[in-house]
Write a protein that binds this ligand. Structure first.
Ligand SMILES: CC(C)(COP(=O)(O)OP(=O)(O)OC[C@H]1O[C@@H](n2cnc3c(N)ncnc32)[C@H](O)[C@@H]1OP(=O)(O)O)[C@@H](O)C(=O)NCCC(=O)NCCS
Length: 223
């Protein structure tokens, strides 16, 4: 495919980072360019722009919306959990599809609050609220169990599929330096297995993969 190299700032008057390329405003229209070698986030792009030809679909007059790409423009923050977050987590954890994925049973409101205040929010655990923009979208945390360090996370259903769990876990791994770090995942929870794999976890085959309640689970490990 013919290419054109843009390296001068005046070639590009607008750009919008997406996964593997950028949109630039050139000659009165937006064009998509795959990022070339050597480009790093935060640097002015040295990228290779495929020339538009008849084989490419016509470019829209505007870049695709974030809703279409599924990626959020908002900055993610992992902050300490406040009491106001708990009712939001409660709503997240009682979603039937989420419960099926995680192979969890929903707790009643009082039991949930007590569990969080007395078991989860302990000084020896690392627990964070995941915030996108100003919206609480889920939680992530680590704890000690059976002499192993575990990580777990839960994202509100309305925020699934936007890369939030992957970003949250990769940022959390900086806060939680313990290695090895483990996660139990229901075998059918392919989204969570994928999140863990993307963050470097691998399946430990030498562990018993079956939960006492009959749900097949895998133990995944980082480090
Ligand atoms: C599992 C969960 C954390 C995923 O959160 P999320 O923010 O939607 O995850 P991400 O968008 O970062 O990544 C999901 C990945 O799984 C993939 N995925 C989603 N559904 C999938 C499926 N059915 N099969 C295979 N992969 C799937 C996505 O394509 C994405 O991978 P990609 O980026 O390579 O395309 C979220 O659904 C959740 O909180 N579920 C309920 C609680 C839970 O299961 N917690 C984990 C307990 S171990």
């Amino acid at each position: 495919m013919p290419t054109r190299l843009f390296t001068k700032k005046h070639d590009v008057v607008a750009r919008f980072g997406v996964d593997n390329g950028v949109f630039v405003w050139i000659d009165g229209r937006y064009m998509f360019g795959a990022l070339g070698p050597g480009w790093r986030r935060g640097h002015f792009p040295r990228f290779v722009m495929p020339e538009q030809d008849r084989t490419l679909p016509p470019f829209a007059s505007r870049p695709p919306s974030r809703r279409k790409t599924g990626r959020s423009l908002f900055r993610m923050i992992l902050r300490n959990v406040t009491d106001e977050d708990l009712p939001i987590f409660f709503e997240h954890q009682r979603d039937p599809e989420a419960l099926r994925m995680a192979a969890f049973s929903s707790r009643e409101r009082d039991a949930f609050m007590t569990h969080w205040r007395t078991r989860v929010l302990r000084p020896e655990n690392v627990t964070r609220t995941i915030v996108m923009g100003r919206v609480v979208v889920g939680n992530i945390g680590s704890w000690e169990q059976d002499a192993k360090r575990f990580v777990g996370y839960w994202i509100g259903r309305e925020h699934w599929g936007k890369g939030i769990a992957t970003r949250a876990l990769s940022e959390f791994l900086v806060l939680e330096p313990t290695r090895p770090l483990h996660a139990w995942v229901a075998l059918h929870n392919l989204a969570s297995i994928r999140v863990l794999e993307k963050c470097g976890f691998h399946t430990m085959l030498n562990e018993d993969p079956h939960h006492p309640d009959g749900v097949a689970e895998v133990l995944m490990r980082l480090g």
